[in-house]
Design a protein around this ligand. Structure first.
Ligand code: F3S
Length: 296
């Protein structure tokens, strides 16, 4: 068996920074993250054991908390940010710089009177945060069909941005549709370079392997995108959270297997998958040797 491992698998720098901040602060009292710090249950559970708890809303907090609130790499809306500063003694902003750039763009262009179109998944926290920085008409679209259905006024300028983890090819196709609908359009491809490189590498690997394993949280948007991209090239693509999600008996000695992982997948989980897959390789070679020696 040959394993082709993606060099870009695992934490991106934005996630890495946010996770480090959470662990560094774990030694203090009353430390919270606004939503899970990353879409990885195992890591969030470990942080909880270390005293860092998740809060999902500020609504029920009526006194000032003598503690710290960490804003995760997905970022939050302007209102949540202001509210958090009112309710916590300290707010640590771990918003990824790529996401912060989008907040600035939509804030600036909505103030200039542009309609904002955000290409991405409307239920994802990053998008909820982004739309909280606009103060004009804003559309969120996630597919070519939704782009085709958009009713835009040709007299009003449009500003287009993307979720940082969106599929680059799909983004370009949707932008082409929008450009046909409206005359004055400014486009910011805000897909982050870490995502772009990861998707590109995954696609190249998926083209040349028999089976592809994508490791990452079931709710991780960028992991789901990797799965979609790889599945389009490699029918036998598996999305797993940990090694326990995979039936190792499906893998054979002559398989060429590609492995990549989402931006929020910790290294120890990736290493465990590689370790177990390598064992199959060894077991298979042992079985083969045994077979050969029995029949010769
Ligand atoms: Fe930032 Fe890109 Fe990671 S936006 S959090 S570097 S996936």
């Amino acid at each position: 068996m040959e394993i082709v491992m993606a060099k870009t698998a695992g934490f991106c720098f934005g996630v890495d920074k946010a996770v480090k901040i959470a662990y560094e602060n774990a030694k203090h009292k009353n430390v919270y993250t606004y939503g899970p710090i990353i879409h990885n249950t195992q890591l969030v559970d470990d942080l909880s054991k270390n005293g860092v708890e998740v809060i999902n809303s500020l609504e029920d907090i009526h006194t000032i908390i003598d503690g710290k609130l960490i804003v995760r790499s997905h970022g939050v809306s302007k209102d949540v940010f202001i509210n958090a500063n009112d309710k916590f003694k300290e707010v640590i902003d771990a918003t990824c710089p790529f996401v912060k750039r989008i907040h600035k763009i939509v804030e600036e262009y909505s103030e200039k009177g542009y309609i904002i179109i955000v290409i991405g998944n409307e239920t994802h926290p990053e998008i909820e945060g982004i739309i909280g920085w606009t103060n004009t008409k804003t559309y969120i679209i996630n597919s070519k069909e939704e782009a085709l259905q958009l009713e835009l006024n040709n007299n009003q300028p449009v500003c287009v941005v993307s979720q940082t983890t969106f599929n680059a090819t799909k983004f370009e196709e949707m932008v082409e549709i929008i450009k046909k609908k409206v005359y004055d359009v400014i486009v910011f491809n805000t897909i982050c370079s870490a995502t772009h490189n990861r998707q590109n590498e995954a696609l190249q690997i998926a083209k040349k392997v028999k089976k592809m394993i994508i490791i990452g949280g079931k709710h991780s948007s960028n992991t789901q995108k990797l799965y979609e991209i790889c599945k389009s090239e490699c029918k036998k693509t598996y999305h797993i959270e940990t090694i326990n999600d995979i039936d190792l008996s499906e893998f054979k000695a002559d398989d060429v297997i590609g492995i990549t992982a989402g931006a929020s997948t910790p290294n120890n989980i990736i290493e465990e998958v590689i370790f177990e897959m390598s064992k199959i390789e060894e077991e298979n070679s042992f079985e083969k040797l045994l077979e050969e020696s029995l029949f010769t």
